[in-house]
Design a protein around this ligand. Structure first.
Ligand code: NDP
Length: 475
């Protein structure tokens, strides 16, 4: 494992040594150099310099290079997955899926350069055509919860549309992104077209926002940081895509297949130890089946295996950091600074003791919809359960949140499924399942969950400007 990206030097005075920690063992995995403003500016300058040549690569050749990049990532599946288990504590099954997601996203958008269609619009006196032009240098700021997929969702459509890309992984989880940067070079993506810059958000991330040559910030992370980026981006009218927090509802109606709803509920909020913006952390159960659901849910929770993320049998690994575990604990046991009392725990699972940032899967019963655990994003293995009376009450409770990212609806009535799906203010809803992310369908949030959409057929619009050209045919 190289300790820096292959496309940045680390000899400047502002480089800082940084230990990368395994969250399952608290051991140092490796030490890397974090880049500073000087290296960031150099990488952006290089991205500007190589931009015209990248844009001039023929559509078929750009497509081929993206397919080669996908092939290189696929060939490195075992290495990348192992790296994510070690750096992020992801289960090995999830880590393999995450590599596959990068491969799929690269292949999906490899079809784009040859299909970046404009339009021909009927006008008097000539020919009117539109072009989808690249923005220039696009920056991608990646959080620690899904280092590989979120890198891919930004870099693949951006490169396909003819942009050059600078990408900042989270300080806690830089290793797979650094490896993706190396694989891009191996696959023949020219030097400077895609550069990975491991560094602090307050340094490299901030510089992406303030640098006049960076034309777009594609950010995934917390809502307050996203809001700050949007405010600062306004100074230059810089484009932003923001994928932020969530507090998604899992609505279980009395007419649902209760066994299926209860069996699937644990992993709908425990996947990635709950560090998932789409986690269904508010379960709403129709009052008439509340007890029947809880009995089945407790049984399903008892099957969840928490432990060594490298073990194929494990369902849930550790949290990413000691700080994240304290934040999660505060939601359940009460946090002095937030002024809240402990919440009622219905039942909880087991977690390893000793080294590692473990927290047991926990089901709580909030006393009111004003409880912090019901309102705020926990980003850990904690779910709140509450009863509702009827369809209108379910929709009202689901929408009683600042967020609007995902959600699930369990019912045997197709009409109700459609009514409730239309009524819930969220970008990604799933009926009788907990699906959120498919590379071929749009993903993004309503309200405080963000602005813009990633993935699917329309993501290229977020990385291009429409240019209209009129050609006088009567001159
Ligand atoms: P942040 O929003 O701070 O981090 C996300 C990314 O933004 C990281 O790469 C970070 O860099 C970078 N960043 C931080 N500050 C700035 C800045 N001023 N300008 C530009 N980039 C910046 O999330 P946290 O890691 O602090 O997590 C806190 C909470 O946020 C979680 O508990 C969770 O609730 C939520 N969250 C939501 C995510 C989602 O998927 N929607 C993902 C991650 C967190 P670095 O880490 O290197 O400092």
């Amino acid at each position: 494992m190289s300790t820096t990206t292959t496309t940045t030097t680390t000899t400047h005075a502002d480089a800082v040594r940084h230990d990368v920690i395994n969250p399952a063992t608290e051991q140092v995995v490796t030490t890397i150099d974090l880049v500073g403003v000087e290296e960031t500016d150099a990488a952006v300058a290089r991205a500007v310099e190589v931009g015209p040549a990248w844009r001039a690569v023929s559509p078929a050749d750009r497509a081929m290079l993206l397919r080669r990049f996908a092939d290189a990532v696929e060939a490195a599946t075992d290495d990348l997955a192992a790296l994510e288990v070690t750096n992020s504590g992801h289960t090995i099954g999830n880590a393999r899926w995450e590599v596959g997601n990068v491969v799929n996203v690269l292949r999906y958008y490899s079809a784009a350069p040859e299909r970046l269609f404009g339009r021909q619009i009927p006008v008097a006196g000539g020919l009117d055509v539109t072009f989808k032009e690249p923005l220039g240098v696009v920056s991608v700021i990646v959080p620690w919860n899904f280092p590989m997929p979120i890198s891919g969702w930004g870099l693949a459509p951006a490169l396909a549309a003819g942009n050059t890309v600078v990408l900042k992984p989270a300080e806690l989880t830089p290793l797979t992104a650094i490896r993706l940067g190396e694989l891009a070079l191996d696959a023949g993506i020219p030097d400077g077209v895609f550069t990975v810059l491991p560094g602090k958000g307050s340094v490299v991330g901030e510089r992406f926002v303030t640098h006049p040559d960076v034309r777009k910030v594609c950010f995934t992370g917390s809502t307050p940081v996203g809001q700050g980026i949007m405010r600062k981006a306004a100074d230059q009218l810089k484009r932003v895509t923001l994928e932020l927090g969530g507090k998604s509802a899992n609505i279980v109606f009395a007419d649902a297949d209760l066994d299926a709803a209860a069996a699937s509920a644990p992993m709908s909020f425990l996947d990635n130890a709950g560090q998932d913006c789409c986690a269904r952390t508010r379960i709403l159960v129709q009052r008439s089946v509340f007890d029947a659901f809880m009995e089945r849910f407790e049984q399903a929770m008892s099957q969840v295996v928490v432990g060594d993320p490298g073990d194929e049998a494990t369902h849930m690994g550790p949290l990413i950091s000691a700080g994240q575990r304290e934040t999660v604990r505060g939601f359940v046991e009460g946090a002095a600074d937030a002024g809240d009392a402990p919440v009622d725990v219905a039942f909880r699972g087991a977690a390893p003791e000793g080294a590692g940032w473990w927290y047991p899967p926990t089901v709580v019963l909030p006393r009111s919809t004003q409880d912090r655990v019901w309102r705020e994003e926990v980003f850990g293995p904690v779910v709140s359960v509450m009863a509702f009376d009827d369809e209108a009450d379910a929709i009202a409770k689901a929408n009683d949140t600042a967020y609007g990212l995902s959600g699930s609806i369990w019912t045997g009535d197709v009409g109700r499924a459609i009514r409730v799906a239309r009524g819930v203010e969220a970008g990604n809803l799933s009926v009788n399942s907990h699906s959120s992310v498919r590379y071929s369908t749009p993903f993004g949030g309503f309200k405080a969950s963000g602005i813009g959409r990633e993935l699917g057929p329309d993501a290229l619009d977020a990385f291009t400007e429409v240019k209209n050209v009129f050609i006088n045919t009567e001159a």
